[in-house]
Design a protein around this ligand. Structure first.
Ligand code: HEC
Length: 284
């Protein structure tokens, strides 16, 4: 029985695999970036590309709450957790090495397409791969808690660096196309796409929230979020956030670090080309 289930699972993965998606050229992707960024720069005149690092806090529709966010960012509640993450990063493995010895790419280059495996590497995936390679236990929960804290620690060292994901390989372009389709496809009982809220309605209000611009999505992640803090788990990775947005439209959720969200992260990261990292960040 167990074998059957895992076979079905493998078949499912193969069906949604990046290879099933039609290719798109590098030039077309460049044009997508220009159009996407151009749309937001026109919709929110006065904002620069850099400003979009702040998520919803960057938007004029959110101006009345921005001062409060700035004060909180100056004395952030996540500070002790960041100290803890720095210690965990330096803590020796059984073999004497530590996470500091892991072979990670610069944060602004993630997700990284790995031509040898055809897979996308994320910071979360690379941390677990490194733990495993060193005979350490992997971190099971890949969307909050310790993993989110460690990713925040790593990425924060690249703050100010501009997003620059490499999409020159045809394999990477297939992942891009898959993420792009996910972003623009309507889903769930409410029949909303990501773009319906974060492009067409960015800056508008939805149930008391102002909808952020899709531009800048992810450059502040992992984030420390008030809503998650209430439930005792304040840290969340970008895939945790994707899960929440999918829930909002009552769509089926996908697994953190699964193919769908990795493709989505790749698409959003490419759209953010040139937007500086600002990790971690506070969110409502
Ligand atoms: C029904 C509207 C709606 C839809 C559809 C939706 N979201 Fe969201 N999303 C929100 C709201 C509300 C927030 C919280 C306020 C904000 O930052 O926009 C949010 C926040 C986010 C954030 C956090 C931004 C930040 O900097 O803190 C990301 C990333 C995001 N959404 C991505 C997506 C993606 C990808 C999809 C498609 C799978 C999606 N959303 C679909 C409403 C939506």
């Amino acid at each position: 029985m167990k074998k059957l289930v895992s076979l079905a699972f493998a078949a499912g993965i193969a069906m949604v695999g990046a290879s099933a998606v039609q290719a798109i050229s590098e030039a077309e992707i460049k044009k997508d970036i220009e159009e996407f960024q151009g749309f937001f720069l026109k919709r929110f005149p006065g904002l620069t590309l850099e400003d979009f690092s702040d998520g919803v806090n960057a938007l004029p529709q959110y101006a009345h709450r921005r001062a409060n966010w700035e004060i909180n960012m100056e004395f952030p509640q996540f500070e002790p957790e960041m100290d803890k993450a720095a210690e965990e990063w330096a803590a020796p493995f059984q073999n004497g090495k530590s996470l500091a010895d892991c072979d990670l790419a610069p944060a602004q280059n993630y997700p990284v397409f790995d031509a040898a495996s055809g897979d996308l590497r994320t910071v979360e995936g690379d941390i677990n791969a490194c733990l495993k390679a060193n005979g350490e236990e992997v971190i099971k929960n890949v969307k909050r808690g310790k993993m989110a804290r460690l990713v925040a620690h790593y990425k924060s060292q690249f703050n100010g660096e501009k997003m620059a994901v490499d999409y020159s390989d045809p394999g990477a372009q297939a992942w891009y196309e898959k993420g792009r389709q996910f972003y623009w496809a309507k889903r769930g009982q409410l029949n909303f796409s990501c773009a319906d809220c974060h492009v067409h309605n960015s800056g508008n209000s939805a149930r008391g929230d102002v909808l952020s611009a899709g531009l800048g999505h992810g450059v502040g992640f992992p984030v420390w979020r008030t809503k998650w803090q209430v439930a005792g788990k304040p840290w969340g990775t970008i895939h945790r956030r994707y899960g929440g947005c999918n829930n909002q439209v009552r769509a089926d959720g996908f697994k953190a670090q699964g193919e769908e969200y990795k493709a989505l992260e790749f698409y959003e990261s490419v759209m953010n080309t040139g937007v500086p990292l600002k990790v971690p960040s506070l969110r409502q």
